[in-house]
Design a binder for this molecule. Structure first.
Ligand code: PGA
Length: 262
């Protein structure tokens, strides 16, 4: 299927195993009668739920599974980490470089770039998160931060791999758990997302860069998603908190399908 819009649900460490299974059952029911056309839905539960949810979603074409992170090494003495070959039987997607993981593990842009490339080598599509902190925004450093992150990522890409890459632009200060006082202006986020695509185009040409999916993430809800998605060049959203509420998540999916599928 040619995917032209994507909605990713990042459940973080918010739910029990039972809670994750219940949401999948609810989503399967709610999405049954919806024609998603060119839109795809990915949910990213905790690692221990992946095998059970992969089984539960086996005959379900609409929802695919992603992991929330993965280690860049193939194997080794890395207590508590999970490798790509360990998630590979269960997922088609994987979030890489989420700001919460970057903070915890101090992963560098180079390591994130390497992980994204390793995932692509295994046929798993990386959803690479990047974006600026509140301090960087205040210091007017958004463009330089995002440019550095993108250039480091692109150094490990090829023309043929680029259409498989997904970028999630998440201003870190706008993520709901950081309790933002206000949300970013959709025109500003679309401007940064255009920069992301331009950097890819500068390296691989405009036609290929147009095929790379670029998502917005940060406090997305059913009431604000329309504003972000209707901007040009926005292919979907990465949703944290709101994705743990099945009805709201389906409303978000509906809006994205209506406004972003070209
Ligand atoms: P949020 O999370 O939608 O709750 O802000 C997004 C994310 O951190 O990926």
């Amino acid at each position: 299927m040619n995917i032209s819009a994507l909605v990713v649900g990042n459940w973080k460490m918010q739910l029990s195993h039972k809670g994750e299974l219940e949401i999948v059952i609810a989503l399967k029911k709610l999405l049954k009668s919806i024609d998603l056309a060119g839109a795809a839905v990915v949910i990213c539960p905790s690692y221990p739920s992946l095998p059970v949810l992969a089984e539960a979603l086996k005959k379900h074409a609409t929802i695919s599974l992603g992991a929330q992170n993965v280690h860049w090494e193939e194997k080794g003495a890395c207590t508590g980490s999970v490798s790509i070959s360990q998630i590979a039987p269960f997922v088609e997607w994987c979030i890489v470089g989420h700001s919460e993981q970057r903070k915890l593990t101090r992963e560098t842009d180079e390591e994130i770039s390497h992980t994204a490339r390793q995932l692509l080598n295994h046929g798993i599509r990386p959803i690479v998160c990047l974006g600026e902190t509140a301090e960087e925004r205040a210091a007017d450093e958004t463009v330089s931060k995002v440019t550095t992150q993108m250039r480091t990522l692109l150094a490990n890409m090829t023309r043929s791999l680029l259409p498989q890459l997904v970028i999630a632009y998440e201003p870190i200060w706008a993520i709901s758990s950081n309790q933002p006082d206000f949300l970013p202006d959709p025109a500003d986020t679309a401007g940064t997302m255009l920069l992301i695509r331009k950097l890819a185009a500068a390296q691989f040409g405009n036609d290929i860069a147009q095929r790379m999916l670029v998502l917005y993430g940060g406090s997305v809800s059913s009431s604000n998603v329309g504003q972000y998605i209707k901007e040009p060049g926005v292919n979907g959203v990465l949703v944290g908190s709101a994705s743990t509420h099945p009805r709201q998540f389906v409303e978000i999916i509906n809006t994205v399908q209506q406004l972003a599928v070209k």
